[in-house]
Design a binder for this molecule. Sequence first.
Ligand SMILES: NC(=O)C1=CN([C@@H]2O[C@H](COP(=O)(O)OP(=O)(O)OC[C@H]3O[C@@H](n4cnc5c(N)ncnc54)[C@H](OP(=O)(O)O)[C@@H]3O)[C@@H](O)[C@H]2O)C=CC1
Ligand SMILES: O=C([O-])CC(=O)C(=O)O
Length: 247
Amino acid sequence: MKICVIGCGNVARVLKEKLEEELVFYDRHPEKCKELCENCFFEDPIEMFESGCDLIVEAASPKAVEELGLEAVKRADLLVLSVGALINEELREKLIKVAEESGHKVYVPSGAIAGIDAIKALREVGIDEVRITVRKNPKSLGVETSEEKVLFEGSAEEAVKKFPFNVNVVATLKLASGAPVKVRVVADPKVDRNIHQIEVISKASNVFIRVENVPSPYNPKTSYLAILSVLRTIKEIAKGGVLRVGT
Ligand SMILES: NC(=O)C1=CN([C@@H]2O[C@H](COP(=O)(O)OP(=O)(O)OC[C@H]3O[C@@H](n4cnc5c(N)ncnc54)[C@H](OP(=O)(O)O)[C@@H]3O)[C@@H](O)[C@H]2O)C=CC1
Ligand SMILES: O=C([O-])CC(=O)C(=O)O
């Protein structure tokens, strides 16, 4: 499999370390790609897409999904990590339409959270409400405070606008549940992990999930679990396989 990666940051670096597949890269900072892989980067994203990708992995930003998502999915299957971009219904529908027309898929991995399997199943009976508290060290949220501080309470849509690099998981919950998602973002100097606490209320089950994630090596905003989730998704795509575990 040839994998084309948008973004030469933290996620890309770990993918390069851990994957045996052929990898090529694009970033708006070519020097970052050069550092990662001297002979396997492109300065132009379209040239990279045209180079024959089996899978395009977006690991850059919600803006990158807006700018490059349609061009990418026209040419290959697309894995989106900056899921916040997909909360915009117009962009999401366009992406799905282009994917359908070109015979490609759009993958959204579970990323930094767990429980997407149960949430998808509960959708069958309708989910009344999803609540999530995102708790991170102030440094990860770009603020300074010596005490625990609630930075935000509101809807998924507002949250992804306000914290584009910290609450992509909120958009994943919204897409998986189809329900309103109530979000709290808390800066907490006492924590050194990225903590996601999720409650799902429905007729069939109430589900309580708490994930305490170690930050990833090159970007503390991004949990290491998010990268492991991408790695596993890529491996399952590459392997095909007949046994599918999980909803
Ligand atoms: N779904 C999930 O659960 C999770 C998703 N994420 C998201 O995954 C993405 C990748 O994370 P990570 O690797 O840690 O991020 P990094 O900031 O380490 O790397 C991203 C790289 O992509 C570049 N980039 C950003 N926007 C564009 C663009 N429009 N065109 C070209 N290059 C661009 C960045 O440049 P510059 O520095 O100039 O912006 C940077 O070099 C982020 O959006 C992050 O928020 C992270 C954790 C969990
Ligand atoms: O990695 C995390 O803990 C969550 C995150 O940054 C995001 O959802 O964007």
